[in-house]
Design a binder for this molecule. Structure first.
Ligand code: SF4
Ligand code: SF4
Length: 465
């Protein structure tokens, strides 16, 4: 029986399958409003989870004009899944808003930032491929491009690392290569196995092939669901043609795209085998690798308080000594939303860090399922850059208030956002918190807190274990 008063979604009928989720929010007393990093950074009712869903619901019914101002709230979301955790219905707001974006984009009312992403995607993908191929040459022949070489496993580094964090991209290759069975002869080196000439690579020797494409997630986030589906199909076709048994994914956002957004768009990945999923976040593969190895001699495990020197990337190479001193102090793990709430991977990065630190990493006041977003997801830096920066700054301040000297994360966009916040932010002025608590005047904000990526820690782990 039809519900009394049910009105068709005549303006955006494509949102009809999302009616139940939309109406849960529309008729909710906003029980998750404190969870949203976007409306916390810019307090407006319209961009609370309730507001975003309500505007989409009204637009779908034709109650408000289909224009840019009513489309914009759908892009005021980082896709962090925090509202879902506070919702008794576990309402998938982030997923519904992606469908709302697609509906608005199809009607030509996407915000400027999203339209720019769509216009530039072809060039972005081409540049990503060029950068991946450049990385292959820097890796001195130890890896190849999927399709060009036979390999057991592929590595999707992610366009974020390739474009903005090339040192971390190399660390991801080093880590994946070691995990998949290659011998790495020296720290940072991807040399050929002993006794083999350059032309003598076998499948065993060359277990990792790079995926040279962008995963296509920017298309989905900007609202081009058909373009995303077509791109995802091309990525999967290339993987199938390359014959790899699995794909390791360095970037949490890309891992979520392959594991969840591809199937949601009707693009199936090759089947998982009994023991391992076909798509595996690199940090999960590292934890699996670690668990499969015998514990190293006690003397080789850094104990609590001992110094460790994680690789910090080119931008922070100058901070290495500082990091060396601080790594044994307060190293905070920031759960990337896509990895934690998105894929349910909470323990693997903690295991990796604990093995190197000789103790568990420090926890933010809000962590695991309750972790606060860094503001870098969902295209927010393109559509609401000031708000995205404010969210990153708030997360940095949270770390400082807990006494952090180093933050480790696991997605390129979060890494970049937190690094930028650390580099540009003055020290918190709240008495009793962060830098002010120690009464220190920082030599420079950048040297006060180090932001590194778990791929660098994994690379180090594979050198020493
Ligand atoms: S996500 Fe859940 S708690 Fe939040 S507004 Fe919607 S129905 Fe309410
Ligand atoms: S997914 Fe995150 S950013 Fe999006 S509405 Fe929910 S809490 Fe806000």
């Amino acid at each position: 029986m039809q519900r009394p008063g049910l009105r068709p979604m005549r303006a955006l009928p494509v949102l009809e399958p999302r009616r139940s989720s939309l109406e849960k929010c529309v008729f909710c007393p906003k029980l998750c409003r404190t969870a949203c990093p976007v409306s916390n950074a810019e307090p407006r009712e319209t961009i609370t989870p309730w507001g975003k869903m309500s505007v989409a619901w009204m637009a779908a019914h034709g109650d408000v004009p289909l224009d840019r101002s009513h489309a914009a709230p759908a892009w005021a979301c980082t896709g962090c899944f925090a509202c879902r955790e506070l919702c008794d219905h576990r309402n998938p707001v982030a997923d519904v808003l992606l469908d709302a974006r697609a509906a608005f984009t199809a009607r030509g009312v996407a915000p400027e930032g999203a339209r720019r992403v769509l216009e530039r995607f072809a060039r972005h993908d081409g540049e990503t491929r060029t950068l991946a191929r450049g990385l292959v040459s820097r890796a001195a022949g130890a890896v190849g491009i999927a399709g060009d070489v036979k390999a057991r496993a592929a590595l999707l580094v992610g366009c974020g690392y390739l474009r903005r964090a090339p040192a971390e991209a190399m660390h991801a290759i080093e880590a994946a290569t070691a995990i998949e069975g290659r011998h790495v002869s020296a720290p940072g080196s991807l040399a050929r196995p002993p006794g083999r000439s350059a032309g003598a690579w076998s499948k065993q020797d060359r277990p990792v092939a790079l995926v040279d494409a962008c995963c296509g997630l920017p298309l989905r986030l900007a609202g081009d669901v058909d373009g995303f589906r077509a791109h995802a199909r091309s990525v999967v076709r290339a993987l199938e043609a390359s014959g790899v048994e699995r794909v390791l994914v360095a970037d949490a956002g890309c891992a979520l795209a392959l594991r969840r957004r591809y199937p949601d768009a009707g693009v199936d990945l090759p089947a998982d085998d009994a023991a391992r999923p076909f798509v595996e976040p690199l940090v999960e593969a590292a934890a699996r690798w670690l668990a499969s190895r015998r514990a190293p001699p006690e003397s080789s495990v850094p104990l609590s308080g001992e110094r460790v020197r994680p690789d910090l990337g080119e931008a922070h190479a100058d901070d290495a000594d500082e990091a060396d001193r601080r790594a044994g102090e307060a190293v905070f793990w920031h759960d990337p939303c896509a990895l934690g709430r998105g894929l349910g991977v909470f323990d693997a990065p903690r295991l990796v860090l604990a093995r190197l630190l000789g103790r568990p990493p420090n926890e933010f006041p809000s962590s695991r399922e309750d972790a606060v977003c860094s503001g870098a997801g969902g295209l927010l830096p393109s559509t609401m850059p000031d708000v995205a920066r404010a969210i990153a700054r708030a997360r940095l301040d949270e770390a400082c208030s807990g006494g952090a000297t180093q933050i480790v994360t696991g997605c390129a966009s979060g890494l970049f956002a937190l690094r930028r916040a650390a580099a540009s932010a003055p020290p918190p002025s709240t008495p009793g918190h962060g830098w002010g608590a120690r009464g220190e005047r920082p030599r420079s904000p950048r040297t006060e807190i180090v932001v590194s990526d778990v791929v660098s820690w994994i690379a180090r782990l594979t050198r020493t274990h």
